[in-house]
Design a protein around this ligand. Structure first.
Ligand code: GLP
Length: 267
C-alpha cells in the first residue's frame, strides 16, 4: 500500500484527480471505476476543472460505478444515478453507453448483478478504481462482515451507514454493490478519505489486520493500492512519519540504486 498524507483536503482531491487525468491521457479506452459520497465531490470538481481547461478528454473513457441503491428511480435525488449526472456526467464528454451504473429497479436482481460483472469483463476490467470509505470501513456498500471475495450482489446497509448517508430522512435499506472480489480485480485502486471522522476507519484499514470487520483492510492484499488522505484522516496512524518520509522522498525511494550509485561515484 502506498500511503499519501497531504496537508489539506484540497491537496487530496487534486492528487487523486491527477492520477485519473494521467491515466485517461495515456490509456485509450481507460475503464474508470467511480464512487459517490461527499468526499468524491471534491475529486469530481477538480476533474471538471481540468476538463474545462482542456487538460483531459473523456471521449474514449468507460466508467463503472461501484454501487446503487435498490428501489429508487434513477431520477430520484437520492440515487447515485442522479448524483453522477448532477456532479459529473452532465458536464463531461463521456458517452452515455459508456456510463455503467447498476440498475436501481431491475426486473431480476440476480441477473442484474451477473450482467454487471459481465459488462465490466467485456470492457477488459477496471484500470483504476476510485474508492471512498465509510466510517465503519465499508467500501462500495460492502459493509462489515462482507466476504472479502464477494462479487456484485445486494447488500443490506447498516444503521450507521443509513444515518451517515441520509441523516433523519428515510433512505433505501438495500443496495447493489460490486463485491470486494470485484474491486480487488481492478488494476489499480485509489482510496480517498478526508477529515477526522474517517481517522478510525483509515487506521483499521491501513494498520489493522485484514478482516471482513473492516472491508477496506482487504486493500492491504492489492499490489497497487494507494490511500490518499489528509492529516486529519491520518491522525490515528502509528507510522505516519514513516509514510510521510517515503512520500517526500518518492523519487529516491523509487530509484534507490541511483542514490547508491551517486554515493559510490562520489567516494
Ligand atoms: C457511501 C458509498 C461509498 C462511500 C461512502 C463514504 O456509502 N457507497 O462508496 O465511500 O459513502 O461517503 P462520504 O464520502 O460521504 O463519507
Amino acid at each position: 500500500m502506498e500511503i499519501i498524507i497531504l496537508p489539506s483536503k484540497e491537496d487530496v482531491y487534486k492528487e487523486a484527480s491527477e492520477r485519473i487525468i494521467s491515466l485517461v491521457n495515456r490509456l485509450h479506452n481507460a475503464v474508470l471505476g467511480l464512487a459517490t459520497g461527499r468526499t468524491m465531490l471534491g475529486v469530481y470538481e477538480v476533474l471538471l476543472d481540468a476538463y474545462r481547461k482542456g487538460r483531459v478528454d473523456f471521449s474514449s473513457v468507460v466508467t463503472v460505478n461501484l454501487d446503487e441503491y435498490l428501489g429508487l428511480s434513477p431520477e430520484d435525488p437520492l440515487s447515485f444515478h442522479h448524483y453522477m449526472h448532477e456532479h459529473f456526467f452532465n458536464h463531461v464528454n463521456i458517452k452515455k453507453e459508456n456510463q455503467l451504473i447498476p440498475d436501481p429497479l431491475p426486473g431480476d436482481v440476480e441477473k442484474e448483478c451477473e450482467d454487471y460483472e459481465k459488462a465490466i469483463n467485456r470492457r477488459g476490467g477496471i484500470d483504476l478504481q476510485l474508492l471512498g470509505v465509510g466510517k465503519d470501513g465499508h467500501i462500495g456498500f460492502n459493509e462489515p462482515s462482507s466476504s472479502l471475495q464477494a462479487r456484485t450482489r445486494v447488500k443490506t446497509l447498516t444503521d450507521e451507514t443509513l444515518k451517515d448517508n441520509f441523516g433523519s430522512t428515510e433512505g433505501p435499506r438495500f443496495a447493489i454493490t460490486m463485491g470486494i472480489g470485484t474491486i480487488m480485480e481492478a488494476k489499480e485502486i485509489v482510496l480517498v478519505a478526508v477529515g477526522e471522522e474517517k481517522a478510525d476507519a483509515i487506521s483499521r484499514a491501513v494498520e489493522g489486520p485484514v478482516t471482513a470487520s473492516c472491508p477496506a483492510s482487504a486493500l492491504q492484499l492489492h499490489p497497487i493500492a494507494k490511500v490518499i488522505i489528509d492529516t486529519a484522516a491520518a491522525r490515528l496512524l502509528k507510522r505516519k512519519d514513516y509514510y510521510m518520509w517515503v512520500w517526500e522522498h518518492k523519487k529516491q525511494v523509487e530509484k534507490p540504486h541511483l542514490l547508491y550509485k551517486k554515493k559510490r561515484d562520489e567516494s
